[in-house]
Write a protein that binds this ligand. Sequence first.
Ligand SMILES: Cc1cc2nc3c(=O)[nH]c(=O)nc-3n(C[C@H](O)[C@H](O)[C@H](O)COP(=O)(O)OP(=O)(O)OC[C@H]3O[C@@H](n4cnc5c(N)ncnc54)[C@H](O)[C@@H]3O)c2cc1C
Length: 372
Amino acid sequence: MRKHLVLVGGGHAHMVTLANLHKFIEKGHKVTVVAPSPYHYYSGMGPGMLGRTYTPDDIRFFTQHVVEKQGGTFILGKAVGVDPKKKKLILESGETVSYDIVSFNVGSYVPESSITGSARDVFTVKPIEKLIDAQARILELASRKEITIDIVGGGPSAAEIAGNAWRLTQNYGKYTSRIRIFAGKDFMSRFPVDVQKKVSGSLKRRGIEILESGYVDKIKTGEIILETGEGYHADIIFLAVGVKPLPLFEKSHLPTGPDGGLLVNQYLQCSQYPEIFGGGDCIYFKNQPLDKVGVYAVRENPVLYHNLMALIEGKALQPFDPGGDYLLIFNMGDGTGVLRKRRLTFGGRLAFKIKDYIDRKFMNTFKQIEKK
Ligand SMILES: Cc1cc2nc3c(=O)[nH]c(=O)nc-3n(C[C@H](O)[C@H](O)[C@H](O)COP(=O)(O)OP(=O)(O)OC[C@H]3O[C@@H](n4cnc5c(N)ncnc54)[C@H](O)[C@@H]3O)c2cc1C
């Protein structure tokens, strides 16, 4: 029987399914993809795009084109809810999309609760495409005066954004910039001490300041106010605080984990509604909570593809094994990186070269699908 498969979001965990959409269509099924942008941006290269190591085109995948050329339907829009009993997806436009099987890969967002009032020149680090606007604005301001760029957040994305904002103004700005990271109380605290030292050493050597005297309370146009009441002027503010899954699952009364992510079993499937699947940052994997890193989304790809096809064809589902420790390399923005895998940590040019090689290879694999 002809089924309607709906993919919500063309994120990292849907890449293999997107590459194989024609296989569903050849079997007589209908496929629709809903996404808020015709492109999907690869976050691993996002900070590098901010610093102009990469162009926007280097780091994006043309989702709409890949869907349409295989005979699928692409809807430019945002999912805001699901009616699991009626098997309907609700879009921001008010439109609904009926499905037989639906898979979510809608990623995560940066909470903006600290923003009060108007917030001009404040940029969240997700969606990644916002970094294109941030880059243009930094260059515009840095062509007129010395500017202050502040990054709120104490993790790797704050470090990468700071390092690459430095690269941008250093190489392409007329005036230099002052860059500060408002890291709360403990910069890079999730990581071993040798990683913390290498990352902060790399930033501090270039004059990037790391403030660990307290948490940010409020952000508004041109100003950051700490919980202590201390205020700081800023020309550009990046919000790089921890990400959260979109609220759409909780709002739809679907089973969710403690972070609000769609609760999925070992098959990346919602146990209560077996026709609902998910992958990437938007899920809560019941067997073991997973870090919100692209690595897991990428590892989930083949299982998600297999299981969507298997459910349609009445075949056995495959369990997802998250695998062991993963390789992390941070792009420090000065041509160096900091690499961590199990107990191995090192920094320098080689670390960045490895990251650059892996990231370009990943993107090339998917860019080939655009050309086929
Ligand atoms: C600056 C930065 C750098 C990072 N670097 C790394 C790194 O080097 N390595 C690493 O492993 N992890 C990295 N991460 C973490 C990584 O971004 C995430 O873990 C990864 O993006 C998760 O992939 P995803 O496909 O779930 O989500 P996303 O990459 O966010 O993709 C979600 C997709 O869903 C679409 N979408 C969003 N909302 C909706 C909606 N309502 N309806 C329909 N579609 C929607 C979006 O357009 C997007 O295409 C980084 C994160 C940041 C912020």
